[in-house]
Design a binder for this molecule. Structure first.
Ligand SMILES: [Zn+2]
Length: 241
């Protein structure tokens, strides 16, 4: 079976919660690191969210950045991971090996990235959303700031450490349409601010409503998308629910 964005010559390893696709000449330490990181991420997320995905999750470990760029048909940095699709037919996370960027050999970072990407897939399934790279998020029922903020909050919760890029203090962006726009603009130098704002906001909401209530409400978040965005002040949560 051909899987979108996965080279047809790649080999497959079946694990409990996912299938890992890799090049024939991929090294065992690289493969073992992904299996370790992904198994950790699934265990932690099942534990915290009590959610079992129905959509099958594939993980593809690209052997080089050139391979990632050619399969995705777009330029991405060597340290980038993403979840290029999630549909009723299945879902995919792509990763790159330490040849693409040595930082990909950092187990703790890979665990955090996998929690983050798996979380995106869970949110899509839970909210009945479909996403495919390049579709402009037209079938996403959850706003980008909720999706990103939730993935980041969960990775912090599971790893016990914040993403290093979020450890400095930043000014928040007080317009959620602007946050959504920046989260999808990979070339913007203000994207980190949008990331920071969404993580902080989701954290505030979860502290007020609880993790499971927040996750359960994913289907209702669709309605929020159609509310006029107000400027928020002190993250008054009532205006979001
Ligand atoms: Zn993300």
């Amino acid at each position: 079976m051909l899987i979108p964005f996965v080279p047809k010559e790649y080999f497959c390893i079946k694990c409990n919660d996912f299938r890992l696709w890799h090049a024939q000449n991929e090294t065992k330490p690289h493969i073992d690191l992904i299996i370790d990181a992904a198994s950790f991420a699934f265990d932690q997320l099942f534990n915290k969210l009590k959610f079992k995905n129905i959509r099958r999750i594939e993980i593809c470990l690209y052997h080089s950045n050139e391979q990632a760029v050619s399969c995705l048909d777009r330029s991405i940095p060597g340290n980038m991971a993403m979840a290029p699709y999630s549909t009723n037919k299945g879902s995919l996370i792509i990763l790159q090996n330490p040849i693409a960027d040595p930082i990909n050999g950092d187990l703790q970072r890979m665990r955090r990235m996998l929690v983050h990407e798996i979380c995106h897939l869970f949110v899509r399934e839970k909210s009945g959303s479909t996403a495919f790279l390049g579709d402009g998020l037209k079938d996403m029922k959850v706003r980008p700031w909720v999706d990103e903020g939730f993935a980041e909050y969960l990775s912090w919760l599971c790893i016990g450490k914040r993403n290093p890029i979020l450890q400095k203090s930043f000014r928040y962006i007080d317009n959620l349409d602007e946050v959504d726009r920046l989260l999808n603009d990979f070339s913007s130098d203000r994207r980190t601010l949008a990331f920071y704002t969404s993580s902080f906001l989701v954290q505030s909401l979860i502290e007020e409503f609880g993790l499971n209530n927040f996750f359960e409400s994913m289907t209702k978040l669709y309605e929020i998308r159609h509310l006029p965005t107000k400027r928020f002040n002190g993250f008054a949560t009532s205006q979001f629910f």
